[in-house]
Design a protein around this ligand. Structure first.
Ligand code: FES
Length: 170
């Protein structure tokens, strides 16, 4: 069993022990798993089905019905493009297209090296800074499609510097 499987098993055990074996808790169980793992692995959905004794198809059906759930892991850098009204009217779609093109990844996906994942979201509440992109916890205000490359370069550069800091502290 690799470490990731161990982590997944520990999370499932913890989540399942917090909820009774009752189908009423399905969505809350899925939310709790996603909150801890960042996404819903297929095995976790199958385990949830066993836990509350319903079919896997029903769990998959519920999970795919709600767009709050994601089925691929988050990247090291999770990029969220705001597509609320203000950001959308100020070019949000072009910015989203820019990230898709630059990273060769679709919305809801992750790059094969698990470095970058991309999502869209409704208004995040800072419309005066529209259009807005959030990368991990950092807000990038007044984005333009032309700044996509620059912002990604900054993220890569910061990641490289953090790695240097870690080495210096060893
Ligand atoms: S619409 Fe993007 S922050 Fe409000």
């Amino acid at each position: 069993m690799d470490p990731q499987d161990n982590e997944e098993a520990a999370v499932l055990e913890e989540v399942f022990s917090s909820f009774a074996e009752d189908r009423r808790y399905l969505i809350r169980i899925l939310q709790a798993v996603q909150q801890k793992l960042g996404y819903l692995p297929e095995n976790a959905m199958k385990a949830a089905a066993r836990h509350i004794d319903i079919s896997e198809a029903e769990v998959f059906g519920v999970a795919t019905f709600y767009n709050q759930f994601r089925f691929v892991p988050l990247g090291k850098y999770h990029i969220v493009v705001c597509m609320g009204t203000a950001c959308h009217t100020m070019g949000g779609q072009l910015i989203l297209d820019g990230f898709e093109r630059e990273l060769d990844v679709e919305v809801g996906g992750v790059t094969p090296d698990l470095q970058y994942s991309l999502d869209r979201v409704g208004c995040i509440g800072c419309c005066t800074k529209a259009p807005v992109v959030v990368i991990n916890d950092a807000i990038h205000p007044k984005m333009t499609p032309y700044r996509v490359t620059e912002v990604l370069a900054g993220v890569r550069d910061k990641g490289a510097r953090n790695l240097e800091d870690t080495k210096d502290n060893e």
